[in-house]
Write a new protein. Structure first.
Length: 77
């Protein structure tokens, strides 16, 4: 399993930036650094997720990668 940091914007429709980190301790360290850097920034966020690969990550956590319109279409379908 790999660790992924997902940097996203709450205000823009741009896709998130994804960083893959294999070492768990390094992933936690980088997450804490990113959270500190983003403290007080309500328009951006970061999460750490664990998955086999980025394709799995995009499937299981689509809300970070899909637009609002895409998510609404999926909810209605």
């Amino acid at each position: 399993m790999s660790h992924f940091l997902v940097f996203y914007s709450r205000e823009h429709n741009a896709g998130p930036r994804v960083e893959r980190i294999e070492d768990a301790a390094e992933a936690v360290r980088r997450l804490l650094e990113a959270e500190h850097a983003l403290a007080g920034d309500r328009s951006h966020g970061v999460v750490m997720l664990v998955a086999d690969d980025e394709d799995d990550l995009r499937r299981t956590h689509a809300h970070y990668f899909a637009s609002l319109e895409e998510l609404l279409r999926q909810a209605v379908a």
